[in-house]
Design a protein around this ligand. Structure first.
Ligand code: R2B
Ligand code: URA
Length: 297
């Protein structure tokens, strides 16, 4: 872990009980007794939609002899569930929303693990989600090796009036490979690849079906071909921030597993049926659980 990047000036006061930490968007504070049940957390799974989180937590509980599912009561921003060592959290759509969720989860981890870097680093983090495939048809699953912005450069944010802060957006390749290995017999099309994290579903994914667009059919295809030639296999909206923030604290175990809903080389609209979309989403869940089975006995 990179202690120099952890805001210990604030977070250590909570461990010393000088004040509580209010995880405002998660809807809980560090004095809440419910958090005593979360102390043994070994994996944190994040996904965009609240419904998906409820479904994943229920599936996990079933796999684990119907172990109790704890729910945080505030559900207007993010949906949070905890069951048998795994914390599930929804993060909404896009990096501005997901960054708030990840920041509060990192603070929560510091509190739950008493700021112990060895204990914190044992946690496996994973975003499981949906994406547009680049050269992959709907139903494939991409395990990300690196996530980049639409210009193939890493995630960066304005840093006050100093300039930009650039993040390291690589995913630990040993974990990505282990996920592939754990799914060798799944029968699913699971591939390693780079992922674009776009700031918008239409404009920064170069779609022609938005309320308006800033591209031409030619410039759109040229962009898709350019990212494909550079190893990109899918496009979503959060991965670069997730990797950037987790690398900033120095976590060593994290991943992103996304199913594809369509092949962007063939179009922009998501035309799959409700049943197809559900089964595509299921695929990323299967890939995640096959890996969790290998690390959480
Ligand atoms: C994938 O799907 C969502 C947009 O439909 C977004 O949250 C993402 O990353
Ligand atoms: N999510 C995205 O961000 N893009 C897609 O094309 C599909 C799902």
């Amino acid at each position: 872990m990179r202690k120099e990047n952890i805001n210990t000036a604030f977070l250590d006061g909570i461990l010393k009980k000088e004040y509580a930490d209010v995880y405002y968007h998660l809807g809980v504070d560090s004095n809440d007794p419910i958090l005593k049940n979360f102390k043994d957390v070994k994996a944190i799974i994040v996904a965009g939609s609240g419904g998906r989180i409820i479904e994943l937590a229920e599936k996990w509980s079933k796999k684990r002899k119907n172990k109790k599912i704890y729910a945080l009561p505030k559900e207007d921003r993010f949906i949070i569930r905890y069951c048998d060592g795994v914390l599930f959290a929804s993060h909404g759509m896009g990096m501005p929303s997901a960054a708030i969720c990840v920041q509060e989860l990192m603070r929560l981890v510091y509190f739950l693990k008493d700021g112990d870097p060895n204990e914190m680093d044992k946690i496996f983090w994973c975003r499981v989600g949906t994406s547009g495939g680049v050269g992959l048809e709907g139903g494939a699953v991409v395990v990300t090796t690196e996530s980049l912005m639409a210009d193939l450069k890493p995630y960066r944010l304005l840093n006050g009036n100093i300039g930009e802060h650039w993040f390291n957006c690589t995913f630990p390749v040993n974990i990505a490979r282990d996920i592939i290995d754990a799914n060798k017999k799944s029968g699913l099309n699971v591939v390693l690849g780079k992922t674009i994290a776009a700031n918008e579903f239409f404009l920064e994914q170069f779609r022609l079906d938005g309320a308006f667009h800033l591209v031409t059919p030619e410039s759109k295809i040229a962009w898709l071909k350019w990212i494909h030639e550079n190893g990109v296999r899918n496009i979503e909206m959060e991965g670069a921030m997730v990797a950037g923030f987790l690398n900033h604290w120095g976590f060593s175990k994290f991943a992103m597993i996304c199913c594809t809903l369509l092949n962007r080389l063939n179009g922009d609209q998501v035309t799959a049926t409700k049943e197809q979309l559900h089964s595509y989403s299921e695929n990323s869940g299967i890939v995640l659980f096959n890996y969790l089975d290998t690390i959480l006995k």
